[in-house]
Design a protein. Sequence first.
Lengths: 115, 114
Amino acid sequence: EPEVTQTPSHQVTQMGQEVILRCVPISNHLYFYWYRQILGQKVEFLVSFYNNEISEKSEIFDDQFSVERPDGSNFTLKIRSTKLEDSAMYFCASREGTGSVNEQFFGPGTRLTVL
Amino acid sequence: AQSVTQLGSHVSVSEGALVLLRCNYSSSVPPYLFWYVQYPNQGLQLLLKYTSAATLVKGINGFEAEFKKSETSFHLTKPSAHMSDAAEYFCAVRKDNQGGKLIFGQGTELSVKP
């Protein structure tokens, strides 16, 4: 069964460093998403991506964040200068299309720890 | 604006007992509603979804949910809890725009006692 994969599973970085979180969505999916979950809190939407551009972003997704689909298979989230409060689990998700029955499939997540 | 509220951050049941996890939504348009489960150290797995085809929705692992428009609710139930059901459960509503982002509730942690 096709699945969304994410690497690395755990990333530890120093405050101010850049990190890139990688995702491989399901191959025939057209919509891509990043969400995050700070420990003990609910899952929050960051950004959605379609047709090689951002379709929606949240208030959290400021200039420090960027997304890219560099090669038609990977979908990356970059944080330019990490802050302590960026420590969270980051989930990638993908969806096949706009049909009402199309749910989002989530990856296993990357746990980001900023020291 | 669409939103989801889950009543009860922790629910504890005995093995074999009824599971009831509550979810209320707010939406100005007919919503698409989802329940996801998160097992420890894992990602989110879809349990079931409501897309207006039927008000009673059956999902995986014996779970089901009933959409009640009059109560703006989409509660998740399972007749008999199993130890393996212990997990975090999230209700979500999909914003029906181009992006279709999910708006999640706060989550309910289900504990199952032997």
